[in-house]
Design a protein around this ligand. Structure first.
Ligand SMILES: C[S@@+](CC[C@H](N)C(=O)[O-])C[C@H]1O[C@@H](n2cnc3c(N)ncnc32)[C@H](O)[C@@H]1O
Length: 229
């Protein structure tokens, strides 16, 4: 999907209100001190979040299903991070057991129909007590704009985004909040923190309309969960 508009997405996400002033800042806040940590980044796209993690001293392995995204990320980060093409729906065969201190999954897990296999893999890859920080579309937001389908079902929905001048169709899974919690618990994670973030104050001057929306509506949901020892 993202392979068709990788460059347009990379340009868009660089400074879009939802990515640059809302998701990335909130994910980094939940990640805490990453200096010296071995970080597995899921859905690393063109490396915008990777760069921030590396800047803070993390050793990052980024995984993305789209070869074009991996190419752009390698171009951006050079030797400062590693990137591999990998589909999160498949076993993460290149990541050794217990080799990761922190998993960061920014805006990617909602592309997976079934979270159980990937969460089991993340639990395997993490050191005992290691953390998973994830962001997804807020279940209330997707339910609202998708025409209020049965909230408790998990449903595939399609949205049209405008990346610059380019309209693109993006499909992802909308799942209820209780399901997100259940799946994490069943995979052996303890939920430590849940956040419905506020945008960075700087957005108010840069884009007052987006600032108002991101300050007053549910848009993304963030969770920090810890792999049980
Ligand atoms: C919204 S972007 C993530 C944004 C990124 N975290 C950032 O900060 O720029 C979603 C990314 O997840 C990737 N993706 C979607 N489904 C995937 C899957 N099954 N396995 C691996 N990557 C996937 C897409 O190719 C895309 O690069």
């Amino acid at each position: 999907m993202y392979g068709r508009f990788a460059e347009a997405y990379a340009r868009h996400s660089e400074d879009s209100p939802a990515n640059a002033y809302y998701d990335r800042s909130a994910v980094l806040e939940l990640a805490g001190d990453v200096a010296g940590k071995r970080v597995l980044e899921l859905g690393s796209a063109a490396g915008a979040l990777t760069e921030q993690l590396v800047y803070r001293g993390a050793h990052v392995l980024g995984l993305d299903r789209e070869p074009e995204m991996v190419r752009l990320a390698r171009l951006r980060l050079g030797q400062r991070a590693r990137f591999e093409v990998a589909d999160l729906a498949e076993p993460l065969t290149t990541v050794p057991t217990g080799s990761i201190d922190l998993v960061v999954a920014s805006l990617v897990l909602h592309y997976l129909a079934d979270w159980a296999p990937v969460l089991a893999e993340l639990h395997r890859c993490l050191v005992p007590g290691g953390a998973l920080v994830l962001s997804v579309h807020h279940p209330a937001a997707d339910w609202q704009w998708a025409g209020r389908p049965v909230y408790l079902d998990t449903t595939l929905v399609t949205e049209t985004w405008h990346l610059g001048d380019q309209p693109v169709e993006v499909s992802f899974y909308r799942r209820p909040l209780s399901q997100i919690f259940r799946l994490l618990r069943q995979a052996g994670f303890t939920i430590e923190q849940l956040e419905e973030p506020r945008p960075l104050p700087a957005l108010e001057a840069a884009n007052p309309k987006a600032y108002k929306t991101l300050s007053s509506e549910p848009v993304f949901l963030l969770v920090r969960a810890v792999a049980a020892r």
